[in-house]
Design a protein around this ligand. Structure first.
Ligand code: SF4
Length: 665
């Protein structure tokens, strides 16, 4: 049997995968040498994909109140409940919570359904937790949510700054690409900024173990240093950037206290600043350590400021680079998957954009104001404002912050639908209706990776039982609510064409996301679509943004943003003497609903643990491998103590993957 070219469903690297069914329900998996993201490489998670696709535990038919049902009954019930809530309490009484696991086509119809037909922007996604700070930072600086660079920049750079990013474990194939580039060019330098010593430090020439939450001060200090050393590109900033003077003013207070705020050795700071100042080709890679923060957006802008000031953006080997956590976080952003965005990077608060979208969709009830964002959305479930909630392809009962409260909120909501592969997830157990979705290997559509490359996810297994793709579930409910004309899509290719057609309008409205070159694509061409980086228009294919300015602001100039360090909301105190830091392990993914099914992926790290500094362990009488209990205002967990100087004193690191399903405490 020949291999199917598809993409890995885990991280935002977006590796190409060759999958060959083994006839037993599994598949042989190999890296796709022709895919530009990985060129044949795969990490441990990607390699084990074939072991995660068995039908064991799969939900094969809709369930209502825990009993098997059928699609007609379930669809009619959902439509009736949503309609009743809208009629009685208004469109803002219903909500959808999606995921960066959804394919772009699923995401597109979900947004069209909510923002154009229900008439509310109460649709948000777990990408809110992962990427919303980058989206906001990009929009503030560039006027659009644009990732300027490409993966090739990581290989062409002379200096790579990794901040808030354990690339070795969280984006392993990008780490491998950088490692290979460094081996070929040993003069390449890598700086790793992370409170912990992680596996990524193996590649680093310099590790800056900064205090949690102090990134803005570090980059503000860098901005001032760049100005003092004459590294500001006067020509570029004069032509293409505003706000630099104000940003330097704002940075100056932090700059005088960088060592104090970051708790870093001044000599380390000086080495980092000097390296950055003298290296033209520099890429700053950042991910969740920057984004997932109460000051995440300011951290993003502090980084962007340094690249704008030096004009090191949009040219080979240069630029800020946000790498996404999930396989289709970028696709979700493109279709307006967040509660404050519209499809094709159109702006929800721009009347021209709303009107253009309403006309294109022939939409009866266009959302006019931002909806509830993830955290607020579940709070609104708890306080009774949300009467009907549909959760697609994610497990918020354990993956949201304040998970215990979110679980209670979902349990409180009068009507909850969950679309998933399994009925036994922590969230699905709380649902009134559970819908069986098609899984990886069965569904068809597109995803966009961190460097704007759109790739096909292709099916190579039959969809089991009565399972259905998410896009079809949404279209069927929309039809049952009376909007069949607008949701009469026969295939993901039809949805893709509509999305690409809309992007032409967005392009004419000066938006960056324009894939109008694919608007007339045939079904056969869609099936055969090769990985393609956007923009894709008659005038332009892929490439980088902003080397010559051309920002998506009214004056086409970027905005350097004045930002200042803000202390973390909760100080370490006698009552709460340790600060908790979380992250991923190498071989598991999110809440392990898939990776726990491959035994070899649990060989690397078999159980949840807490990294504790030897001094903190000694003062509490904790011995290696003791079970320890960690408590905060938000919950508690029992974990195996891992005593190591890799974590700083007064901090504890706990991986995020294990839930009550896999580890009861
Ligand atoms: Fe999948 Fe990411 Fe690993 Fe690539 S690096 S194989 S996309 S998990």
């Amino acid at each position: 049997m020949s291999a199917t070219c598809t993409t890995c469903p885990y991280c935002g690297v977006g590796c190409g995968v060759l999958a060959t069914p083994d006839g037993q329900g599994g598949a042989e998996i190999a890296g796709d040498p022709a895919h530009p993201a990985n060129l044949g490489r795969l990490c441990s998670k990607g390699s084990a994909l074939g072991e995660t696709i068995s039908l064991e535990g799969r939900l094969l038919a809709p369930e209502i109140d825990g009993a098997p049902s059928d699609w007609d009954t379930a669809t009619a019930l959902i439509a009736r409940k949503f309609r009743a809530a809208i009629d009685q309490y208004g469109p803002d009484s219903v909500a959808v919570y999606g995921s960066g696991q959804l394919l772009t086509e699923d995401y597109y119809v979900a947004n069209k359904f909510m923002k154009g037909y229900v008439g509310t922007a109460n649709i948000d996604t777990n990408s809110r937790l992962c990427m919303a700070s980058s989206v906001a930072g990009h929009k503030r600086a560039f006027g659009a949510d644009t990732v300027p660079g490409t993966y090739e920049d990581l290989e062409e750079a002379d200096l790579i700054v990794l901040t808030g990013s354990n690339l070795a474990w969280c984006h392993p194939v990008l780490y491998q690409r950088i490692a290979a580039a460094k081996e070929a060019r040993p003069e390449m330098r890598v700086v790793n900024i992370d409170p912990r010593v992680t596996a990524t430090c193996d590649l680093a020439d310099l590790h800056l173990p900064l205090a949690p939450g102090s990134d803005v001060a570090l980059f503000n200090g860098l901005l001032l240093h760049l100005a003092e050393m004459g590294a500001v590109d006067q020509e570029y900033t004069g032509a293409h950037v505003t706000g630099l003077e104000a940003s330097l003013d704002a940075a100056s207070t932090d700059a005088s206290r960088v060592a104090e705020i970051t708790a870093l050795d001044p000599a380390l700071i000086a080495r980092f600043y000097a390296l950055f100042a003298r290296t033209e080709k520099v890429v700053t890679v950042y991910s969740q350590g920057v984004n997932q923060s109460t000051s995440g957006t300011d951290k993003v802008n502090a980084i962007l400021n340094c690249h704008l000031a030096t004009g090191r953006i949009g040219r080979p080997g240069m630029g800020p680079f946000s790498v996404t956590g999930q396989p289709n976080a970028m696709g979700g952003r493109e279709v307006g998957g967040l509660a404050n965005m519209l499809a094709c990077h159109l702006e929800l608060d721009n009347a021209r954009h709303r009107d253009a979208l309403q006309t294109f969709w022939n939409a009866p009830a266009m959302a006019e104001r931002p909806g509830l964002k993830a955290v607020d959305l579940f709070r609104a479930c708890a306080d009774g404002r949300i009467k009907a909630l549909w959760i697609l392809s994610t497990n918020p009962a354990v993956s949201m912050p304040e998970a215990d409260a979110v679980r209670d909120a979902i349990a409180t909501c009068p009507f909850v639908v969950v679309s998933d592969l399994f009925a036994d997830t922590d969230t699905a157990r709380l649902a009134d209706v559970v819908l069986p979705s098609a899984g990886w290997g069965e569904k068809s559509g597109t995803v966009t990776n961190s460097d704007r490359t759109i790739s096909r996810q292709r099916p190579f297994l039959p969809i089991p039982g009565q399972a259905r793709p998410d896009w079809r579930q949404i279209c069927d409910v929309a039809s049952a609510m009376g909007w069949g004309e607008a949701f009469r899509f026969a295939s993901p290719a039809e949805i893709f064409r509509e999305h690409a057609g809309l992007s032409a309008i967005a392009g004419r409205l000066d938006r960056d996301f324009d894939i109008s070159g694919l608007a007339q694509i045939s079904d056969a061409e869609y099936d055969a679509l090769q990985p393609t980086r956007w923009p894709i228009t008659a005038q332009r294919m892929g490439g980088r943004f902003f080397a010559e300015g051309g920002f998506f602001t009214p004056d086409a100039k970027a905005r350097a943003l004045p930002v200042s360090h803000r202390p973390l909301a909760a100080a370490v105190s006698p009552e709460a003497p340790l600060r908790l830091n979380t992250g991923r392990v190498r071989d598991h993914w999110h809440t392990m609903t898939r990776t726990a099914r491959a035994p070899r992926l649990s060989k690397h790290i078999a159980e949840p643990y807490a990294e504790i500094h030897p001094a903190d362990a000694a003062s509490r009488g904790i011995e290696p491998a003791d079970l320890v209990r960690i408590e905060s205002a938000h919950g508690q967990a029992t974990l195996r103590a891992l005593i190591t100087p890799r974590t700083a004193q007064e901090t504890v690191f706990v991986p995020m993957h294990w839930t009550a399903l896999w580890s009861s405490e």
